[in-house]
Structures are given as C-alpha cells and as structure tokens.
Write a protein that binds this ligand. Sequence first.
Ligand code: PLP
Length: 394
Amino acid sequence: MIYLDNNATTRVAPEVFEAMQPYLNEVYGNPSSAHSLGQEMKAAVEHAREQVAALIGAADPGEIVFTSCGSESDNWAIGGFLEQNPTRRHIITTRVEHEAVRNLCEHLAEIGCEVTWLDVNEIGELNLDDLRRTLRRDTGIVSVMLANNETGVLFPMEEIGKIVRENSDAVFHVDGVQAVGKIPLDLKNSSVDLFALSGHKLHAPQGVGALYIRSGVKLPPFIIGGGQERGRRAGTSAVPNIVGLGAACELARTFEEHERIERLRNKLEDEILSAIPNARLNGTPDRSQRLPNTTNISFEYVEGENILLHLDKAGVCVSTGSACHSATKQSSPTLRAMNVPYTAAQGSIRFSLGRYNTEEEIDYTLKILPEIIGKLVEMSPYDKELRALTMRQL
Ligand code: PLP
C-alpha cells in the first residue's frame, strides 16, 4: 500500500517498536513500585519525558505530563483552566480547530461559557486584528492550533502569543498535534502556556500523548487518584507507549529528510494542479505557511469518497478532509469556514506524506489519479453544461 494519510496516523517506526519491546514483557514492574523492576520502569518514563521536552524545546522535562492522546491533552488544557478559574468564562478559539477543541468549546458554550470563534479567510489564514479586537481583560483562555490537520496551514503562534500577552491575562493554549515532528519548535522561548501533542502522529503508537504545562501555570489534575505524573494525572503510566513516544521524539529530532518530504509534496501538488483541470488547492499557496507534508486539493464536481475508494482500490490511502468526520456526509467545517464552494468541498482530498514515502510512490499516484478523476467527472451527477463551463474557466 502507498500510505499518504500520515496526518490521520502514522506507522510505528521500527526504532520505536524496538525501544518499546522490552517494556512489554521483560521489564514489567509498576513505575510506582519501590523495587528495582519498578524503578527501571520509572527511569524509562523519566527518560521519555526528557526526549519529549527536547523535541518541543521545553525548559524543563517536568513541564511534560503524559496523557492518552491529543484529544485528552486539549480537553485537559481548556477544561482544566475553566475549572481552576470559574469566573473567567470567555474563550477565544478559531472556526477551523480539530474536533477535540471545536466540539469541546461548543459544549462549553452550551453550559454557559462565552466563546468567540475567529474566522479564517478563503486561504485559511487568521486575521490577527480580529484576535486583538476580541481579547478582553476577562478572557480566560485562547486556544489556537499551530498546524491545521486538513490543510496544513500554519497559524503564526509567536505573533498570536505576543498579542495575547500584551492585551490580556489569558492563558495561551496551542493544539500542536499536527506540528510536532514536522517543524522546529522552541516552547521555552515562546508565549505558549499549554501545548498538546499526540504520539501516533509522529510514529509512536496510538494511545499516548502529552500536555506541556509551562512552569507556573496551574491546572487541576485531569484524573484524580494515585500520585502518578506528580499528582497531575493519576492512573498507572502506560510505560511501553510512553517509551515509544520518547523514542519517536528522539527520532524526529534527528530526522534529516524534511526537505525530501517537502519536495515530494510539492511535486505531487504541482503536477495534480497542472494536470487535472478541476483541481484546486485548499489553503494558502505560500508553502512557507503550510506544513511541509500536507496538500489538500478539491476535485470539483466529484465526490471525495468516490475518489478515496478508487485510490484505495489502486493501492493508495488518502483522506477526505479530516479522518474523524469522513464517516459523515457533511462537508468539513474547516473548508466551510474557508468558504470553499460546496461542489469543491465535497470533492476534497488530503494527501499527507511521511518519512517512508518514496518518489516512485508519488509518481504512481500521479499516474493513476488523472484517469480516476476523469472517469468520476464523466459519471458526476452535476449538470454537464455547468461542468463544461467550469472546466473551461479553470
Ligand atoms: N488536534 C489535531 C490538530 C489533530 O489533528 C488531532 C487528530 O487528528 C487531534 C487533535 C486529536 O489527537 P488524538 O487522535 O491523539 O486524540
């Protein structure tokens, strides 16, 4: 299979698997136990904490708390802040957040919080003046993703953090799930207070994530119980997964082929856009403002799901928008927020590359895709004349 769906999840790297293996059946103590097996497990967890801190540029490994996934980290950051500060119920976020933030904020709005939703323009950019205008002295938390999971568009985390600091006392939470391992990060020199990440997006297994909590920022525990994670998240640590996350962070830190992946992504994007008349890019054309591995392209008048199925049959895995809502027929809220017309949003495909993709795989995808799209355009239920007109205009 050719796997071009690395924003949905990634294959566990062999190096990560190897690092985890001893902790599944050889070293098996509880990290809270005082005996030597337990202490070996504890040491492995602390080593992983250092590896995560090093990748994201945290000042101190103690700022990293292990969780079960990115969604948990996001929920803890926002929900925990509100629990700690019940009177500061104004939240600012964007219309293009992942469900982990968007659905949580919708729920919080239903139970009495005031949520300001920042709009994006048609290429997925935020207007920072809107942020400046909506920040208030009583704003509790600003939650903005660093990299969009569907389009790869990057939000200017530094500028946003500065605006938040200068205009409010709000805590700044960043959903960094799609960015970690793909772009350099240096949180100690940023204005970020809370930062969510997830193992399975960077070649660690599913079921482990982390929340960076800047020293001095107070959050109540996410799970109350034993004293694990210094009382911040109870429950026996998932040591093999945590070791896997640490190893994946180490692997990402020493990865030297980002440019190769970017070159392959650029080739895929350029050739699709030039070879297929009804293809249009979703997200800024300025590639310095997008993740190096992602391209989101709409094939107008064609159903994304049909494209996905045909590609799958031909051995290529992709996503229609975000994996989480591909089971529903609704077009993606992110593309809706970008005002992508319905006929294009329905035909959007996300190609997300990773460290194991090769040039041959991209060439193969480029070879089969135009024929698939051509066939589906022919079968499209949309009016033939309208289609022909649009194709000419394109
Ligand atoms: N945030 C973003 C931007 C994501 O892309 C995802 C997953 O796709 C998440 C949060 C949720 O992460 P997890 O799947 O680890 O819960």
